[in-house]
Design a protein around this ligand. Structure first.
Ligand SMILES: Nc1nc2c(ncn2[C@@H]2O[C@H](COP(=O)(O)OP(=O)(O)OP(=O)(O)O)[C@@H](O)[C@H]2O)c(=O)[nH]1
Length: 245
């Protein structure tokens, strides 16, 4: 990070004709929450534009990325889809909390237990030195399952307010309006809007630049070795697992 910031200062003294082409900024956003709440489906929806036909429990961490343009600047949004199951997390946890720009906490609106787990996820972030200065949002997923809702909007909103986070309720499966107007707007993709909101917020802050480190997304000079474990195939999504797991 420091290296990048100093190179930006250096560049400002050059004329535009001598400037190197701008590097694409990368926003690293981690997505955390209980197993089964839909983290993989949400990240896949944003990066591949569809609901995955089949998912398996994430092992370690998968990451997916998508290049977007905000106010004329190309930005790479890198979503780190973390494992919800404790036994699949242990070895990776300390690595994916490095150089994080924003955190997305996910619960399942049809699972009160996943909502009750949120304080533990927030605590884990704290323990990894992620303070409130890092933008955080709360997402209630699976809103398409209207008949099975266990976590009402009111209680979720109270929780979000208490933790100074915006709340979004959505569905990775059907991110457009379900007819009652409770989530999604018209035909717009609500999941898309959620992640783009985070990206806009990050862009509007003091530049938080993370250059693509040589050897993968583990962070500049990171010691973690990430090896390709699975390829989702031609949709801009990539999956990685810890080669030592
Ligand atoms: N109806 C409905 N089902 C969903 C939605 N999102 C995810 N699911 C289903 O919920 C199950 C779990 O989804 P995943 O995305 O794998 O959950 P996860 O949070 O990544 O789970 P871990 O990898 O174990 O941490 C799958 O069967 C999905 O098809 C949604 O918005 N609506």
């Amino acid at each position: 990070m420091a290296e990048v910031e100093s190179s930006v200062e250096f560049s400002s003294s050059l004329t535009s004709s001598t400037l190197p082409p701008p590097r694409t900024r990368i926003f690293k956003i981690i997505v955390i929450g209980d197993s089964g709440v839909g983290k993989t489906c949400l990240t896949y929806r944003f990066c591949a534009g569809k609901f995955p036909e089949k998912t398996e429990a994430t092992i370690g961490v998968d990451f997916r990325e998508r290049l977007v343009e905000i106010d004329g600047e190309k930005i790479k949004i890198q979503l780190w889809d973390t494992a919800g199951q404790e036994r699949f997390r242990k070895s990776m946890v300390q690595h994916y909390y490095r150089n994080v720009h924003a955190v997305v906490f996910v619960y399942d609106v049809t699972s009160a237990a996943s909502f009750r787990s949120l304080p533990a996820w927030i605590e884990e972030c704290k323990q990894h030195a992620l303070g409130t200065e890092v933008p955080r949002i709360l997402v209630g997923n699976k809103c398409d399952l209207q008949d099975s809702i266990q976590v009402g909007t009111d209680v979720a909103q109270q929780f979000a307010d208490a933790h100074s986070m915006p709340l979004f309720e959505t569905s990775a499966k059907n991110p457009t309006n379900q007819g009652d107007g409770s989530y999604g707007r018209g035909n717009s993709d609500h999941v898309e809007a959620i992640f783009m909101t985070v990206a806009h917020k990050l862009k509007s802050q003091k530049p938080l630049v993370l250059s693509q480190p040589p050897g993968g997304p583990g962070g500049p000079g990171g010691t973690v070795t990430l090896g390709r474990a699975r390829d989702d195939g031609g949709d801009g999504a990539r999956s990685w697992g810890c080669s030592s797991c």
